[in-house]
Design a protein around this ligand. Structure first.
Ligand code: MN
Length: 231
């Protein structure tokens, strides 16, 4: 069997502490999962059920690699997020077993063309072009849960050119990792290689070409993503 067109490259992330890689299958994202961010986006932060969207797998950008300032926007926002890497398949996962499905954790940026997302919200259209574009998912190496455990508290921040823009604690997640897995697995069967970007705290803001984003989560790691000129 030969393919009619070029085979897409496998998308992987390094696994910290060894020479294994983590093959990325799908990228799931949680919307509005910190109360202060829900408020800054004009929403009621009450505990309404979490909602989800996706990014394409090849939106992944490795730690240290630059993203090109994307087309179609004049308001590109950083969203620093705890990323969960699924290691075991599961459908309708029970809360008590949810963390058994986690391979590890990473630091991610859910890059957002905020102007396109806001236009989509106003017109009731899909968010894709605001969220799901090339190079929109920078992600650090995966830290195995076998090495670091399952972090449920710790600082999360992102600096732009050395200035702190977002700073919170992952204990402030409205829906924690277990609960997020429970809800998402009620809607789709999770598979090894699925990443879940768990949502961003308050303080989202714009970056421009030439900026350097540096993200961090205590106990998980660091992510360094420069913004380059448009292609
Ligand atoms: Mn986000």
């Amino acid at each position: 069997m030969t393919h009619a067109v070029a085979t897409p490259p496998a998308i992987t992330l390094p696994v910290a502490g060894g020479d294994e890689t983590y093959p990325v299958r799908r990228i799931w994202c949680v919307g509005r999962n910190y109360a202060a961010h829900a408020r800054e986006m004009g929403s009621d932060p009450d505990r309404e059920p979490p909602f989800f969207f996706q990014k394409p797998t090849d939106a992944i950008v490795q730690d240290g690699d630059a993203i090109a300032y994307p087309p179609g926007t004049a308001n590109l926002h950083h969203e620093i997020e705890l990323v969960v890497a699924i290691g075991k398949a599961g459908f309708k996962i029970a809360a008590a077993q949810a963390l058994d499905h986690v391979f590890g954790y990473a630091v991610g940026l859910d890059m957002t063309r905020r102007d396109l997302q806001n236009a989509a919200k106003e017109t009731g259209r899909p968010w894709e072009m605001g969220k799901s574009f090339d190079q929109s998912a920078p992600c650090s190496a995966i830290q195995p849960a076998a090495a670091i455990g399952h972090p449920d508290h710790g600082g999360i921040w992102v600096k732009v050119n050395g200035e702190t823009r977002q700073e919170s604690d992952i204990s402030h997640l409205i829906w924690n990792v277990s609960e997020t897995i429970v809800h998402l697995s009620e809607l789709v069967e999770l598979q090894p290689g699925d990443l879940i970007y768990t949502g961003t705290p308050a303080g989202v803001g714009a970056v421009v070409a030439g900026d350097l984003m540096e993200g961090h989560i205590d106990g998980v790691g660091d992510l360094r993503t420069p913004v380059a000129a448009p292609e």
